[in-house]
Design a protein around this ligand. Structure first.
Ligand SMILES: NC(=O)c1ccc[n+]([C@@H]2O[C@H](COP(=O)([O-])OP(=O)(O)OC[C@H]3O[C@@H](n4cnc5c(N)ncnc54)[C@H](O)[C@@H]3O)[C@@H](O)[C@H]2O)c1
Length: 223
């Protein structure tokens, strides 16, 4: 990479936030299995980093979007050499593919999403790109570059939408009521298609509403 690029794009601000370029992230690799977690500045992603640091010896790369004003409150407490941040945006297939190709993860946990149902009416296309098309890009890159990687995708009970019975189970019909609710089953079908077609280890969980002090302030319920 040219000196110019390093001094401008990878200049002081980015160093301060410790967000690595893929090329710098590679230099951190050692023998330990690599986990990539997206959405680490959010509620579930940050909790997963805490959990994996405590219970495994894996190397963890948190995929984060570059923002001028940082939103790292949920991960500021982490000070562990096994955890690094890497530039990553779900809406950029080039980043997804480069990060997966170079870091060759053993596990890929996708918690990043446009996760606010209400906003999915304001940004329906962006919601679909972030929550569904990105999953296609992730799966395709994993198929090509890290075929034995295990993929976890966060789904949502919003798939069930206008529910027919409670509690819902896997046989419940899909009745989403929002672009967000429609984006999650689409992602889940892609996960299934890649699992069945390419024998990949790819699963999607149905997450029901859960909250904690790390949840974004716009949500209706937040501890
Ligand atoms: N918390 C719940 O009650 C709940 C319920 C059902 C499903 N889910 C799903 O579980 C997952 C985690 O939920 P959460 O509560 O931690 O969400 P959250 O809103 O706290 O975190 C979402 C994360 O995604 C990141 N993100 C958004 N767009 C991105 C992009 N284009 N590129 C890279 N990163 C991007 C955000 O920066 C944030 O770190 C989400 O997929 C959500 O849809 C959550």
């Amino acid at each position: 990479m040219t000196k110019n690029l390093k001094e401008t794009y990878y200049g002081k601000k980015i160093d301060n936030a410790n967000i690595l370029s893929v090329d710098s992230a590679i230099k951190k690799l050692n023998e330990a299995p690599v986990v990539i977690i997206t959405g680490v500045t959010g509620q579930d992603g940050s909790l997963m980093v805490d959990y994996l640091l405590k219970n495994t010896s894996y190397q963890i790369f948190g995929g984060v979007r570059r923002l001028s004003v940082f939103n790292h409150k949920n991960i500021n407490h982490i000070n562990d050499k096994r955890f690094s941040l890497v530039n990553f945006d779900l809406t950029d297939s080039h980043t997804i593919s480069r990060v997966i190709e170079k870091l060759k993860p053993s596990y890929f946990i996708n918690f990043a999403a446009q996760s606010f149902v209400g906003s999915s009416w304001d940004f329906p296309r962006q919601t679909f790109e972030t929550n569904c098309l990105s999953v296609l890009d992730i799966l395709e890159s994993i198929r090509l570059y890290a075929n034995s990687c295990r993929v976890y995708q966060a789904g949502s009970s919003e798939e069930f939408g206008n529910v027919s019975y409670t509690p819902q189970d896997e046989n419940h019909p899909l009745k989403p009521r929002s672009p967000y609710g429609a984006s999650k089953p689409s992602a889940r079908q892609l996960i299934k298609v890649y699992r069945d077609s390419y024998n990949m280890y790819a699963v999607q969980g149905w997450l029901f509403n859960h909250e904690g002090i790390r949840r974004g302030e716009e949500f209706v319920s937040r501890k």
